[in-house]
Write a protein that binds this ligand. Structure first.
Ligand code: ADP
Ligand code: ADP
Ligand code: MG
Length: 677
């Protein structure tokens, strides 16, 4: 049956990506959106848009009845779930089946079967696919599980059988840690997937995550589209993916893809799926390397574009054809690998602070144009807000090269010519990973980030003072530009005016600026009409500088001090009290301080524990009046799909604790204080 109209039950980049292919196929689309997404990019692309509820996904994107009703009401004959949200929800697929709407994905039965990591492992074992040794039975008694754990040996992993996205998983390094870790995994499993059941797995030492894209159709054909390496992860979540896997041998590839196809065949799998393997990669990949089935993702994967770039196939198109009941239009022997592709997931998060998710507006968002070698999948436009309600992924940057080195070069070029201001992102971190020696050498493992920390520092290697002065020059130039635009005639004393004679040496403006924890105070004095400024610091040290704007919008900051002269190619963007300085993928935020900020700084004492972002309180470990040691866990909260433990920054006595389990707290809400004794 030919699909004529698709409801896209998702948001962000994946909604846009699906609509793009639907348009190519001349299929109409209906976008749905929550109250938080009223101005989102995917709405502008669809033929129709329907609101489906308030911002929290549980009241909108996850509301099965609302989505089915919307599809019926708008006469859609199919629904594409994207990834996340309802994509792996067997009930949703069943509801579509029941309503006579085509679910573009596998059958509800396949989703259900693979949705449980333990059931999937049993099936794979029977089909002769190697699985990680461990316990995946139904006995959930804590004492029993501990005994099984002791048998498996440490380190081991506890996984919520319904888990996903790295959630509900705990690494246990020694028997003593087992009990707490078990509770944590069960709690996350229950909270996020409504299922506290866990399995135990031997922890593979130097693991690589290599997955195989598979596709089945209703005619019984099952093919694979080669492998992807997704070993670069933080918090067990992928951030860089590539295809093919570096160092892959032909024999190992044949074994992996063979096992993946066998896995899909074992359950009569139809549509796109991914079989994830954990590969024991000590000493690199060889023909004999051991690998184990980890799980099967019964949906389109976030990182599917790397496969598209090396195979030339459109996976969403294949999904639609298969959903229409057609045979796969390609045979295994016709699918070849061409070149190499790398994807970096651009997240609103702070790589210098444990990858803590960030919220805020994308005031400035400039990315190089797409080309044959660069694809940019996003759901955000400048001035859009990264809200607390959804995953903080902003976009995917995907680069193609003739070989891996070529793809890495292209990726680095994209990172260093991209500029983002307003919300902190992992952009420079993605660049740092690709620059790291071990990455270039293809020495990957899921521990890559911990093991290469020293090479993965982000931020400018320019002295803070020079960043601040560059920001000041950018700010002056912008103000001059703005004044020029509005031509306020009464502003006669403004030195920013271009009308020369008003500038006299007596003019000086006191600047107070902050960069992180560092505060800078100085006077800015123009030198006549030269465009050169003297910055006079307290100790009477003078730095002079000017902005060479001939390369607008980027500018060259030239600074002269007793230490000599320096030049920086930087881009500045000014918004409210912030001046963002950008270059090479890095962004520094310089704050224009006024009197109001000073008082605030004093209240930032060490003992004040504030919510680092808006979120929900999952557990309160501290007690009013109780004593804590530095590093003790105080409160566990959840925000933006991440669990975050707030720890005591110093020893002392807890007071003013008001947070309760289940409370929703705002950004920077004061949760408790620790009084030094
Ligand atoms: P993929 O396996 O497709 O590369 P991930 O493993 O990062 O993607 O995430 C799996 C799915 O779970 C995605 O559909 C994503 O939207 C969603 N997801 C990502 N992070 C989390 C999380 N921390 N908790 C729950 N779901 C998540
Ligand atoms: P999720 O459903 O959350 O994606 P997975 O079972 O796919 O959970 O595991 C996520 C990641 O955790 C893997 O990509 C890998 O980095 C790590 N991991 C999973 N199982 C093991 C294991 N047995 N040994 C070592 N690392 C593992
Ligand atoms: Mg996984």
């Amino acid at each position: 049956m030919k699909i004529k109209k698709i409801l896209v039950a998702n948001r962000g980049e994946i909604a846009c990506r699906i609509i793009r292919t639907a348009q190519d196929l001349e299929i109409e689309t209906v976008a749905v959106f929550s109250e938080a997404d009223r101005f989102s990019l995917h709405l502008g692309m669809a033929d129709e848009c329907v609101p489906i509820g308030p911002a929290p996904s549980s009241e909108s994107y996850l509301k099965i009845e609302n989505i089915i009703e919307t599809a019926e009401f708008t006469d859609c004959d199919a629904i594409h779930p994207g990834y996340g949200f309802l994509a792996e929800n067997a009930k949703f697929a069943a509801a579509c089946e029941k309503a006579g709407i085509i679910f573009i994905g596998p059958s509800s039965k396949a989703i259900q079967t693979m949705g449980s990591k333990s059931r999937a492992k049993s099936i794979m074992e029977k089909a002769g696919v190697p699985v990680v040794p461990g316990y995946h039975g139904s006995n959930q008694d804590a004492k029993f599980l501990k005994k099984e754990a002791d048998k498996i040996g440490y380190p081991l992993l506890i996984k919520a059988i319904a888990g996903g996205g790295g959630k509900g998983m705990r690494l246990v390094k020694s028997p003593a840690e087992f009990a707490d870790a078990l509770k944590g995994a069960q709690r996350e499993g229950k909270a996020s997937f409504n299922n506290p059941v866990v399995l135990l797995e031997k922890y593979i030492d130097t693991p690589r995550h290599i997955e195989v894209q598979v596709f089945g159709d209703t005619k019984g054909n099952v093919i694979h589209l080669y492998e992807r390496d997704c070993s670069i992860q933080r918090r067990h979540q992928k951030i860089i993916e590539e295809a093919p896997a570096p160092g892959m041998t032909e024999k190992l590839r044949a074994r992996l893809t063979g096992a993946a196809v066998a896995a899909a065949k074992a359950i009569g799998y139809v549509n796109a799926g991914t079989v994830e393997f954990i590969v024991d990669a000590r000493g690199g990949l060889t023909d004999e390397t051991n690998f184990y089935f980890m799980e099967m993702n019964t949906r389109l994967q976030v990182e599917h574009p790397v496969t598209e770039l090396v195979t030339g196939l459109d996976l969403v198109e294949l999904q639609i054809l298969v959903a229409e009941g057609k045979a796969l239009p390609v045979k295994q022997k016709d699918i070849s690998l061409l070149g190499h592709a790398i994807e970096g997931r651009l997240y609103a998060e702070d790589p210098e602070n444990n990858f803590l998710p960030q919220t805020g507006k994308l005031h400035w968002f400039q990315i190089p144009g797409e080309s044959d070698t660069f694809r940019f999948d996003t759901g955000y436009a400048p001035e859009d807000e990264i809200s607390v309600f959804y995953d903080p992924m902003i976009a995917k940057m995907i680069c193609w090269g003739e070989d891996r080195d070529d793809a890495i070069e292209r990726f680095l070029e994209v990172v260093s010519t991209s500029q983002i201001a307003g919300v902190r992102t992992n952009l420079p971190f993605l660049g740092a990973v690709c620059r790291a020696g071990a990455f270039r050498a293809g020495e990957l493992s899921t521990h890559f980030i911990e093991e290469n920390q020293d090479e993965l520092k982000t931020g400018f290697d320019i002295p803070g003072r020079d960043i601040v002065l560059s920001a000041t020059l950018g700010y002056i130039s912008e103000r001059k530009f703005e004044r020029g635009q509005t031509r306020k005639g009464n502003d006669i004393f403004s030195p920013w005016m271009t009308g020369g004679w008003r500038l006299n040496h007596a003019y000086a403006e006191t600047m107070k600026m902050a960069l992180g924890d560092h505060h800078f105070a100085f006077e800015a004095r123009p030198i006549g009409e030269t465009g050169i400024w003297n910055f006079v610091f307290e100790n009477n040290k003078i730095v002079s500088g000017y902005l060479d704007e001939s390369h607008f919008p980027a500018a060259l900051t030239c600074l002269n001090s007793e230490a000599g002269s320096v030049e920086y190619a930087l881009f500045t963007y000014f918004h409210e009290n912030s001046i963002y300085v950008m270059a090479g993928g890095n962004t520094a935020e310089v704050i224009l301080e006024d009197a109001a900020h000073v008082g605030e700084a004093e209240a930032e004492g060490l003992g004040f524990i504030k919510a680092p972002m808006p979120g929900k309180i999952l557990e309160v470990l501290a007690k009013n009046g109780g004593m804590v040691e530095k590093g003790d866990a105080l409160v566990i909260m959840e925000a933006m799909k991440m669990e975050y433990t707030l720890k005591a920054p110093r020893a002392g006595k807890v007071k003013g604790l008001s947070a309760k389990v289940g409370d929703q707290v705002g950004d920077a809400a004061l949760l408790l204080e620790i009084e030094e004794n």
